[in-house]
Design a protein around this ligand. Structure first.
Ligand SMILES: NC(=O)C1=CN([C@@H]2O[C@H](COP(=O)(O)OP(=O)(O)OC[C@H]3O[C@@H](n4cnc5c(N)ncnc54)[C@H](OP(=O)(O)O)[C@@H]3O)[C@@H](O)[C@H]2O)C=CC1
Ligand SMILES: O=C(O)[C@@H]1CCC=N1
Length: 278
């Protein structure tokens, strides 16, 4: 730790997952983290009580105090936020945005100065230090700013650097991705219950199955396809299940879902541009 302070604009799901992960990884001490939001006082009190970080309603004071700023507001709220705080953002700040569909150049333009911006797309698994995060660097950010972003996000999971044009695809794949896996767990559980298992047993077996399968891919280094074939005993139960999944378009529906999410990410960008009138 180098005495730097981290400020959050936004105190919702993503900010809270990041705060939990960052505190767990000791990347910043609680007294080095400041959080503000729009108007939900109860939420700020909850964060203060649960994480022992500092909270404030004073956006200017937060910017004065903090070196690194994480913007974690909804895409539709970023214009108003940046309009309100742009006079207090300086070229010494490193501004990291996790906002879907908002480019580094849009942020630079909205602030109207050559500020250092990094766009990051983490996911909520930050909370357990297992995020898959991609980062893209803005025009005025320097290598040391990129290093700082790597330091923060690699403390809460794996990080890759990507060209910014890939951010919509990243958002659709790994930003939203945990939700697809949770749906898989929900469906497995429902299937177990329909097959006669008590709910709790079905849920526990489903969770451990997904966890174990992911760990196998990570620890063996084998391709998922290879590992899948090892489960598929000839003429056995898995073959019957996989044939059904293929026939019912399981793979295709995931491909289409990610495609739609990437399309939505692009739409969010256009909606924000139209709203801003530029
Ligand atoms: N959820 C996820 O899995 C992921 C989300 N993201 C991105 O993170 C961002 C936040 O998402 P999420 O946490 O889910 O959203 P939430 O709705 O849970 O949180 C949004 C937060 O933004 C605050 N806010 C809104 N306007 C302002 C403002 N003018 N000044 C300060 N704070 C403001 C809200 O304040 P208040 O508390 O007062 O309502 C709230 O705390 C989005 O842009 C999303 O694209 C990226 C990756 C994954
Ligand atoms: O659903 C969303 O728009 C955000 C971005 C990625 C995950 N959640």
């Amino acid at each position: 730790m180098d005495g730097k302070k981290l400020g959050f604009f936004g105190a919702g799901s993503m900010a809270q997952a990041l705060i939990k992960g960052i505190l767990g990884a000791l990347t910043f001490p609680p007294e080095g983290i400041y959080v503000t939001n729009k108007n939900n006082e109860e939420r700020l009190r909850f964060i203060e009580k649960n994480f022992s970080v500092r909270t404030t309603r004073d956006h200017q004071a937060l910017l004065k105090e903090c070196d690194v700023i994480i913007i974690a507001v909804k895409p539709r709220d970023i214009n108003e936020l940046l309009c309100n705080i742009k006079n207090y953002i300086t070229r010494d700040h490193l501004v990291i945005s996790v906002v879907a569909g908002v480019t580094t150049s849009m942020i630079e333009k909205l602030v109207g100065k050559n500020i250092k911006v990094i766009r990051a797309m983490p996911n909520t698994s930050c909370q357990v230090k297992e995020s898959a995060t991609a980062i893209a660097t803005g025009r005025y950010a320097k290598p040391e700013d990129e290093e700082e972003a790597f330091r923060i996000f690699s403390s809460v999971g794996k990080v890759v650097k990507v060209d910014e044009q890939w951010m919509d695809a990243v958002t659709a794949l790994s930003g939203s991705g945990p939700a697809y896996v949770y749906l898989m767990i929900e469906s497995l559980t429902e299937a177990g219950v329909k097959a006669g298992l008590p709910n709790e047993i079905a849920l526990n077996l489903s969770i451990q199955t997904v966890f174990g399968a992911a760990k196998m891919v990570v620890e063996t280094g084998e391709m998922p396809e290879n590992l899948r074939k090892k489960v598929m005993s000839p003429g056995g139960t898995t073959v019957a299940a996989i044939e059904t999944l293929k026939k019912m378009g399981f793979g295709d529906s995931i491909i289409q879902a990610v495609k739609n999410a990437a399309h939505r990410s692009k739409e969010l960008m256009k909606e924000r541009e139209n709203y801003n009138g530029n």
